[in-house]
Ligand binder design. Structure first.
Ligand code: ADP
Ligand code: ZN
Length: 742
């Protein structure tokens, strides 16, 4: 027999290898193998089995990794689709469907010494009192890790060995699973009685799950439910239904490491009762060993539910009944390196391939998904009110241009926001303040000579971090000590200015304005260790913090009943990006942040500070009017064939020589025009310098392609890439359905 293998070293080719007799029966499609390649051995994945090969002198496979094939045929098919659609090499796509820890098998299972009680027959040998005590512990527990026994009985391994010599216990290596959530106790929960909107939603989903052959297309639902409408409860009950049918479920959540609450809710529901199952968790904050163990629990069928970030969409759940993509509009579902897949779109494709139901949920659906729902491609379910009838928060827009007139320049806090915070402090209620920019000041300028501190590697100015007294680049990480005088040798002005506001400054000013309040900041600078996030949120929940300041980390998913005020410091920030989705992002952000307010008994208030109070993104968000925003925005997008009415491919060229990159980009455009001359609905924009014209010392130029037929365009692009010649020092990336246009 001959196995066809893709190798991990990207060669865009597959190779045939002989299956040696000793490995026969252990190799199937999807097996991970080690094979000779030139002078070394490399890892690969079996993609097909054949009787013979057109090639002669085949080398044999050296080794199989793991007892079970790691990539199931279904996941293999999904990887093929990713390679085709996202225009990348098959081996790159294959690599991304397995966690590194599983692929390399370096971690393996953790083995630990366990002490086991033996049912000793005959007369008990003579034991000291100490030995008797230790034996009693082992007898009660039947089996426990040696380390734990030593700690419990305050003894040494030698003493335990003596018990083993007498045949009373056995000490042996045993697999001990790593459980990232082992330290947590979950209190079991029962399904909640659903309100009318929830039960209508659930009924619709279950109807399709129960139909004997869910037809393609109607497998996907878009659940548009306002923040706090109780979507999670609908997910939980739909999953219970899948489990009862003997099927498993995948739940994708963005930034899962940041929302331990979500994981707890799922674990709590399925920790007991007839549907009891392990809930596996997959995300980047786990150790490699933890990820290895979680993945294998799924592969072995012991964990029927998987919660995870983007890559959990590849979890080998079999059979798969349901995929949930929560907060489907989130950008973090898009992978920003090759393969540049969007987990939501992969979920829809996987659902279709495996006949699984897909539920996309959001309070602010992406325009793409809502458009699909309106076209009838997805079934739309609306949940317009909050569960238990809590009111939506009142959103007030404050015109910061007016505030500027009163003082020298616009302050960080409008009077109205200051008053609102004061009231909350008096009433012992909590406040969340949001600003999507970390650091203290966004630039250092010299008012005398005009010097601005810029990154030597990127086309951005450096951010001042006051606590560390450093200037940092948020693109490449470059950092230098902050100067105290103008660094321009001829100027040396002592009165340099720090302009622009970041979260560090907001925190600083708050502490001065409200000296009695407990203020905490939560952004990636403030979180140094893995546990910091939980600690801060724990303190917030227990009321130890009055005001929480943070970046987008605090915008989503948090549920704190005592938060009655949310302030958005600078709502325009996201509006000023060179991106056709700027308005959509702003609308989403305001709505999501506002959703953190008023989740308890007291009605919530949201104060949005802005310099463009009449912008439609802000006004529609103020009125909680998603459909109004959608209708207007789709009109703008239609004029330029932007998504959701067209599709985009972004080609970025980069290199250290700006002219060469620009020249290559021009050349690429000509080749594209030639190759695609018969395409009627194609728009080619550019080349032009990218919005981020230089990053990490590379100059960047872009071309944007827009069309209605992306799968076909991907195929054409792949053909062109295969023959297109670039100067050696210029690199090209192709991003299909890009989310980040910078
Ligand atoms: P969403 O995911 O839509 O933002 P959640 O599922 O977090 O909303 O629900 C918001 C709150 O409402 C939670 O505290 C949840 O326990 C509660 N809740 C959800 N469904 C019900 C229900 N049927 N009855 C009572 N409370 C509910
Ligand atoms: Zn930089």
């Amino acid at each position: 027999m001959v196995a066809r293998v893709t190798l991990e070293i990207a060669l865009r080719k597959e190779f045939d290898y002989l299956i040696p007799p000793e490995l026969a029966g252990r190799i199937e499609v999807g097996s991970r193998v080690k094979v000779p390649f030139g002078p070394r051995q490399v890892m690969g994945c079996v993609t097909a089995l054949n009787e013979t090969s057109p090639h002669a002198n085949l080398k044999p496979i050296a080794k199989v990794i793991g007892a079970q094939s790691l990539v199931t045929p279904k996941i293999l098919a999904l990887a093929r689709w990713i390679a085709d659609y996202y225009c990348c090499a098959p081996e790159t796509a294959l690599k991304s469907v397995l966690p590194e820890a599983v692929r390399k098998e370096a971690e393996g299972w953790r083995e630990r010494l366990f002490v086991r009680f033996t049912s000793f027959v005959g007369e008990l040998p003579k034991l000291t009192k100490r030995q008797q005590e230790i034996l009693k512990i082992v007898e009660e527990r039947r089996e426990l890790p040696l380390q734990e026994l030593l700690a419990l009985s305050e003894t040494t391994a030698d003493t335990v060995r003596r018990l083993e010599d007498k045949g009373l216990v056995v000490i042996a290596l045993q697999v001990s699973e790593r459980d990232p959530y082992a330290r947590e106790d979950v209190l079991p929960t029962q399904p909640l009685p659903l309100n009318a909107e929830q039960s209508t939603a659930l009924t619709q989903i279950l109807a399709v799950m129960d139909s004997p052959s869910p037809t393609a297309g109607s497998a996907t639902f878009l659940l548009h439910g306002v923040t706090g409408s109780g979507k999670t409860e609908v997910y939980l009950q739909a999953i219970a239904h899948a489990l009862a049918q003997g099927k498993g479920a995948i739940v994708l959540v963005p930034e899962i490491a940041l929302t331990p609450q979500t994981v707890e809710r799922f674990k709590a529901r399925f920790s007991h009762g007839p549907l009891k199952t392990i809930v596996a968790v997959l995300h980047s904050h786990l150790s490699a060993g933890e990820r290895h163990d979680e993945w294998h629990k799924i592969r072995q069928g012991r964990a029927r539910i998987v919660i995870g970030a983007r890559s959990a969409i590849f979890a080998p759940v079999e059979p798969l009944g349901l995929i949930i993509v929560d907060e489907e509009h989130e950008n973090s579902y898009k992978q920003e390196e090759s393969p540049r897949y969007h987990a939501r779109d992969v979920a829809v494709v996987r659902g279709r391939m495996e006949n699984a139901i897909v539920v996309l949920g959001s309070a602010t659906p992406s325009l793409e998904s809502y458009h699909n729902a309106k076209k009838g491609k997805y079934a739309l379910i609306e949940m317009p009110s909050r569960a238990d009838d809590k009111k939506m928060p009142l959103v007030r827009v404050v015109d910061m241009r007016e505030e500027g007139h009163k003082e020298k320049g616009p302050p960080i806090f409008a009077q109205r926001l200051k008053d609102a915070i004061t009231t909350r402090l008096e009433r012992k209620e909590q406040t969340i303040l949001f600003l999507n920019r970390r650091g203290f000041a966004t630039s250092l300028q010299c008012p005398k000579c005009g010097y601005v501190a810029e990154c030597p590697n990127c086309s951005v100015s450096l951010t001042y971090h006051r606590r560390e007294q450093r200037l940092c680049c948020h693109i490449c990480g470059h950092a230098t000590a902050a100067p105290s005088i103008c660094p321009n040798g001829e100027c040396r002005n002592a009165a340099i200015r720090f302009a622009g506001t970041g979260t560090e400054k907001v925190e600083d000013v708050l502490v001065k304005l409200f000296p009695k309040a407990n203020v905490r900041r939560m952004d990636s600078d403030a979180l140094k260790r893995k546990e910091d996030y939980r600690t801060i949120l724990g303190d917030f929940r227990r009321g130890k913090i009055d005001i929480l300041v943070g970046t987008q980390m605090i915008a989503k998913g948090l549920h704190f009943p005592n938060v009655t005020l949310v302030g958005i410091i600078h709502a325009d920030l996201s509006l000023h990006q060179a991106d056709f989705r700027a308005a959509e992002r702003t609308f989403q952000l305001i709505t999501q942040v506002a959703g953190r307010a008023g989740r308890g008994d007291v009605e919530g208030e949201v104060i949005v500070q802005t310099f463009t109070p009449f912008h439609s993104a802000i006004q529609f968000a103020r009125r909680h009017d998603f459909v109004g925003f959608y209708d207007e925005e789709v009109g703008f997008r239609a004029q330029l064939h932007y998504p959701p009415l067209g599709r985009v491919a972004l080609l970025t060229l980069k290199g250290r020589n700006d002219e060469k990159v620009a020249f290559s980009a021009e050349h690429l455009r000509k080749e594209l025009e030639k190759a695609l001359k018969d395409w009627k609905d194609l728009v080619i924009a550019g080349p032009a310098p990218a919005p981020l014209a230089r990053a990490e010392t590379f100059y960047r130029h872009q071309l944007m392609l827009r069309t209605g037929r992306m799968s076909q365009l991907s195929r054409e692009l792949a053909k062109l890439m295969a023959v297109f010649k670039l100067p050696e020092e210029v690199m090209l990336t192709v991003d299909i359905d890009p989310v980040n246009l910078s």
